[in-house]
Design a protein around this ligand. Structure first.
Ligand code: ADP
Ligand code: ZN
Ligand code: ZN
Length: 803
């Protein structure tokens, strides 16, 4: 009998190791590492991942695996191994590491069925299976397990004849599209075409299309190809030459678009100098990390595209990571335009079913390139030739829940296995990466000029305190207002950025200053205009706005802060003629709405695009000549040592949106702290100065990249318990680490209570502590045992959010 080592789905310290199970006789040949199984565990039946298959076990009286969950492995050997590394470095449970690598559809309880793989005929199957899968029939998983056919099905799946589908019930409503089809064969259409009046040129072009193509086509797509209007098509339908039908499709913002094919551009001297070390590493099959440091518009993406082409030509695969908010259709188009159907796209806008489909394409080796947000780093490729991380400084590459991994670290780990290069690209690299490049750990590649050699737009910094002194209480400075008005008259477009992080609207009493807080968490409730309610962003608590102040009974209790809605209202007052598109979490919640708003703006349907961080990236429209930042410093005051860095990056990024094309652009930054170096240097667009200045601060205060950090957070319902336990941990840590390490705490977390649990923390700063991982594991171990007392301890290695 063969034996399988299984990581079971019981996230706990004691179960964070493989358990041995007997493989039922029938499956000995087809069971493989990376498949999921159902196993008995105590009185329960639970899921698990097979990590190894072996002949012997040191344990006697093994139980048998109850049922398989997959026909094919869902994790390859390399990913199984990566899971161990992830567990070790991020201190998570193995089961979490493996689950993080899979699309959600595989994790949840969806209806699972086996069917013929796309494009396969039933005749490829052994005769015993043919009747089962004839006529597109699917076999329910329950039936599969009862049928005793598992090994046979697994063998057919391995040959690519069968596949598993997850029938995910889509929450999004199905969309209807118009589909046009010809009613006659090409020859007859041709004859009809000649009978059309001479001035019906457009109709002739449409018919021309159907002489070439007999398949039905979505009306929208047809109109794009032929460049005509629905009325042309309608005329032909009325003449009885074409028919139109309504068809149901799933919403997919990237589907059915015609991608214009693009050819590689001849590279400039600077680009050639930057790409050749990358190509050399690809050629030599050498792992190396490159930091491609180039201002926005300096031609980084073209370098990515050509490096990927080289990798594809060598029969290998590429992973491209892009921050979620930059994963715009524009961005995706550039990759689809170059590599067409070889590209899979993974982003949060896709439904679980669509994500699974993209993942399957990767697994089936139908695509060579995946473009996606953070989790795409786990794409199940097996012959990776390059990994690219665009905007590498983005903090969204760090996952905040278990496993708390940073995509950059995972990229480097995978690239080592495949002996391939990693390219990190940014106009404002993270201090960590730039410091590594300075120390020659990374290979620095620089693009100093924009492609069009256009200078970066001039930036003007406005001191809002001066505005107040001049009796201007509006959120718009006089300068920004007059420039907005000027653009309106010139029919040019403006972008207004409201830096919302840490600056949401709250409800406050004007008389006594009382702020309405969440009863469960020590944080103010956020005002939501929809329904005129207040919500807690941490625990979800909701309530109505009180009519009178609970403190002093004053009636002057209102919402405060500059939400995008409020800016929109004010714009309506001071520039009533301006057409405004607002982009924030409220207006972009629906699938595809983000894309639609941007398209409307590009098509000139608005004069001003107003939004939060999400508009700072990727926008590249020729008519934008003014960028205004309403509140540059809101982020500066957050209790986060990276706040200066984040402010600098955001301001630099948004400034890059203006004047990218023919028309020159300018930038206005409003702030209450114009003297702060991150604002001053963002105004000068001088990354190198900023880097030096910020490195000095980090050195003085013992922060990364000079020191590593670990954040330990302890939570309990009783304040005293949380404090006492944090103190114990601090003492224990002090006894275990060298005297070079700094341990701060116990201290209340910046948000001292969430959901009625008090939160205390300690921060470890260290340079080299070889024993620290073990010490931290011991702490987790110990507290897991005490979890029954209601104590929770979490450890974040290299934290990005210090709250
Ligand atoms: P980045 O990724 O650094 O922001 P892009 O790669 O988007 O820069 O390049 C900016 C613009 O310059 C794009 O419109 C791109 O098509 C164009 N471009 C890039 N490389 C070349 C080249 N070698 N020749 C001509 N145009 C180029
Ligand atoms: Zn009051
Ligand atoms: Zn709350």
């Amino acid at each position: 009998m063969k034996i399988a080592s299984v990581i079971v789905d019981v996230p706990a310290k004691q179960t964070d190791k493989p358990f041995d199970y007997l493989i039922p006789e029938d499956w000995t040949e087809t069971m493989q590492p990376g498949m999921r199984v159902i196993v008995p565990f105590g009185p329960r039946k639970i899921q698990g991942f097979v990590t190894e298959i072996k002949d012997k076990s040191e344990f006697k009286q093994l139980k048998e695996i109850i049922a398989p969950m997959d026909l094919e492995p869902v994790l390859n050997k390399e990913l199984l191994h990566l899971g161990e590394w992830l567990t070790e470095t991020s201190l998570c449970f193995k089961i979490f590491a493996y689950q993080a690598m899979l699309p959600a559809a595989l994790k949840a309880k969806y209806e699972k069925k086996v069917r013929l793989a796309p494009g396969k005929e039933v005749a490829v199957l052994p005769s015993s299976l043919q009747a089962i899968f004839a006529d597109n029939k699917k076999l329910e998983w329950e039936e599969v397990l009862k049928s005793g056919l598992v090994p046979l099905l697994q063998r057919e799946a391995a040959k690519g004849h069968l596949e598993v589908v997850y029938e995910v019930k889509e929450r999004v409503k199905k969309k209807q599209v118009k589909v046009i089809r010809p009613l006659f064969p090409p020859a007859e259409i041709k004859a009809e075409m000649e009978r059309l009046p001479a001035n019906a040129e457009k109709q002739r072009q449409v018919l021309d299309y159907f002489i070439e193509h007999q398949d039905p086509v979505e009306q929208k797509q047809l109109l794009t190809i032929v460049q005509t209007s629905p009325s042309t098509v309608k005329a032909l339908v009325e003449k009885g030459l074409l028919s139109e039908d309504e068809m149901e499709v799933y919403r997919d913002p990237f589907e059915n678009r015609v991608f214009e094919h693009t050819a590689p551009l001849p590279l400039t001297k600077a680009q050639t100098a930057a790409i050749s070390p990358i190509l050399k590493a690809i050629e030599a099959k050498r792992h190396e990390v490159f930091l491609l440091y180039g201002v926005t518009g300096s031609g980084k993406t073209e370098i990515y595209l050509q490096a990927i082409q080289d990798v594809i030509d060598k029969g290998k695969e590429a992973i491209v990571l892009v921050p979620e908010i930059s994963l715009t259709p524009q961005m995706v188009n550039r990759f689809k335009g170059r590599f067409g159907d070889l590209v899979a796209v993974m982003h949060s806008g896709l439904s679980a079913g669509e994500k699974y489909d993209e993942w399957r394409k990767i697994q089936r080796k139908e695509v060579k390139v995946v473009v996606g947000a953070r989790s795409a780093i786990f794409a199940p490729f097996e012959n990776i030739g390059i990994i690219i991380i665009d905007e590498e400084h983005e903090t969204s590459y760090k996952q905040e829940d278990m496993p708390r991994y940073h995509a950059r670290d995972v990229a480097i780990e995978r690239a080592k296995v495949y002996s391939c290069p990693v390219v990190l690209g940014s106009a404002t690299p993270s201090l960590e990466s730039f410091a590594r490049a300075q120390k020659k750990v990374y290979h620095l590649l620089t693009l100093s000029n924009r492609m069009n050699n256009k200078p970066l737009p001039p930036v003007e910094i406005i001191d809002m305190r001066e505005e107040l002194r001049a009796e201007n209480r509006s959120m718009f400075s006089r300068k920004l207002f007059s420039k907005l008005k000027d653009r309106l008259e010139k029919k040019q477009q403006s972008v207004l950025l409201l830096n919302k992080r840490g600056h949401s609207s709250f409800v406050m009493c004007r008389d006594c200053g009382y702020v309405v807080n969440c009863p469960n968490c020590d944080i103010s409730l956020t005002y939501h205009r929809a329904g005129n309610r207040m919500k807690c962003h941490y625990c979800g608590y909701e309530s109505n706005i009180p009519n009178v102040c609970p403190e002093c009974s004053s009636e002057y209790i209102r919402y405060f802060g500059t939400g995008t809605q409020k800016v929109e209202e004010e714009l309506g007052k001071i520039l009533p003629e301006a057409r405004v598109i607002r982009m924030d979490v409220d207006t972009t919640g629906r699938k595809g709405s983000h894309e639609k708003l941007l398209k409307d703006f590009r098509d000139g349907k608005a004069d001003i695009l107003l939004g939060t961080q999400m508009i700072a990236k990727g926008l590249d429209f020729p008519n934008i000549t003014l960028v205004g930042v309403l509140s540059a410093d809101t982020m500066l005051h957050l209790p986060d040592f990276r706040s200066s860095e984040k402010t600098f990056q955001l301001l630099t990024q948004v400034s890059g949106r203006a004047g990218r094309h023919q028309l020159p652009g300018e930038v206005v930054i409003q702030t209450y702290t114009p003297e702060h170096y991150s604002i001053e240097l963002a105004g000068m667009q001088n990354y190198d100065y900023f880097y030096q200045r910020e490195m000095m601060m980090r050195k003085i205060h013992h922060y990364p990249p000079f020191y590593y950090l670990v954040l330990v957070t302890v939570t309990h319902e009783q304040l005293m318990k949380a404090v006492a336990e944090t103190e114990k941990i601090v003492n224990y840590l002090r006894s275990q680490v060298s005297n070079q390490a700094v341990i701060l705490g116990p201290a209340a977390s910046p948000i001292p209570r969430i959901n009625n649990r008090y939160r205390y923390q300690c921060l470890i700063k260290y340079k080299r502590e070889p024993n620290l991982t073990n010490v931290l594991k011991k702490i987790l171990d110990q507290y897991q045992k005490e979890a029954r007392n209601g104590l929770q301890v979490s450890i974040d290695v290299n934290p990005f959010i210090l709250m």
